[in-house]
Design a protein around this ligand. Structure first.
Ligand code: C2O
Length: 345
């Protein structure tokens, strides 16, 4: 038995929580998850095909139709079904607004602004992707990634403007052809497309390379169990482009720039999953840049434990150590050129 205290939620405690602007929100499941049977995470079988995530601006019409169908089915499931779209979206709300207390502590469990950020979101979209695939009977189904670090990808991808991919709660002045400001901070920079693109590329170099040389700068601060374990220190990428693009996409007409602009509502917008797929890809890229040496070996991080429902609606207990190698999770990213790598000032 490990001697350290493990960060994990107490599933019996799901309660009302607070939005970013301290407004009460409620995102708990309808019935007690604590009464469900819990199974330990197992890697997918190596006979499973590798799901290849492609840039959202490069997918074809067949893929878009397939994905739309999967989302439409997911949205049609009742809230009782943990695979339903709102339940999926509320997983983000639960873990992001502190709807669970930690096990053996009254401290809230929150997975942003620390080293929980990359692994927790990897888990979330991993299960989401597999649920989508199973709803349409396609074990090759892979999420797309919003390639906003590449000049051709610095727009809201067209596939999110139609069908079940639409979210009406977005800033209408940021729809295509507007180039994204990946370091957006609530004001319009007013740059022309070319200047905005080169500003973005230079910024990526800073967030991925020059500003991310130490593990903690990239991964975020070491958030641990218990009251003393709290920390608030997001990594470079989490702060921006991650937070920045949440804000940039969300509607300027809503108090908290919902949907994408607020933690409690962000995962209601289908673009959330492509945004996080790119974040997840960049985590792999950062690891590759440092020769794939394990970045964090602290068991308190490796053993941090979370719960998600899988495609069979089973409640799964999963640890950070389970998600460090995406190939073991049977997905990969199509190779794209990381143009910012050559953007050293
Ligand atoms: Cu949990 Cu993109 O935020």
């Amino acid at each position: 038995k490990p001697k350290h205290v493990i960060l994990t939620p107490n599933l019996t405690t799901c309660h009302k929580s607070l939005s970013d602007a301290d407004r009460p929100v409620y995102c708990c499941p309808p019935k007690r998850e604590s009464l469900e049977t819990i199974i330990d995470f197992k890697f997918p079988d190596i006979s499973e095909p590798i799901r290849v995530r492609k840039p959202a601006h490069m997918v074809d019409a067949d893929y878009i139709a397939k994905y739309n169908k999967a989302i439409a089915i997911m949205k049609s499931l009742p809230y009782d079904d943990p695979r339903s779209y709102m339940r999926q979206a509320n997983m983000h709300c639960i873990y992001c607004t502190g709807a669970y207390n930690q096990q053996n502590s009254n401290s809230l469990l929150k997975i942003h602004r620390s080293w929980m950020f990359f692994p927790w979101h990897r888990m979330m979209i991993y299960f989401h992707e597999r649920i989508l695939g199973s709803l349409i009977g396609d074990e090759n189904f892979a999420l797309p990634f919003w390639n906003w670090d590449s000049p051709e990808g610095m727009f809201i991808p067209d596939m999110y403007l139609n069908g079940s991919m639409v979210d009406t709660q977005r800033d209408s002045s940021h729809l295509p052809p507007q180039v994204a400001d990946i370091n957006y901070d609530y004001f319009e920079r007013g740059l022309g497309p070319e200047d905005q693109i080169s500003t973005n590329v230079a910024f990526m170099y800073n967030q991925m390379v020059s500003g991310a040389k130490k593990t903690e700068l990239f991964m975020g601060c070491p958030y641990k169990a218990g009251e003393d374990g709290f920390c608030d220190g997001p990594g470079t990428i989490e702060l921006a482009p991650h937070n920045a693009l949440h804000t940039w996409v969300g509607s300027n007409l809503n108090t908290e720039r919902e949907d994408l602009g607020a933690f409690y509502s962000a995962a209601r917008d289908p673009i959330f999953y492509a945004h996080h797929s790119n974040i997840d890809r960049l985590w792999n890229v950062w690891n590759e840049l440092r020769g794939n040496k394990p970045a964090i070996e602290d068991p308190e991080w490796l053993d941090s434990t979370f719960y998600f429902h899988n495609e069979k609606s089973q409640l799964v207990r999963i640890k950070i150590r389970d998600v460090l190698d995406s190939s073991k999770l049977r997905y990969a990213y199509e190779n794209v050129e990381n143009v910012w790598l050559d953007a050293r000032p």
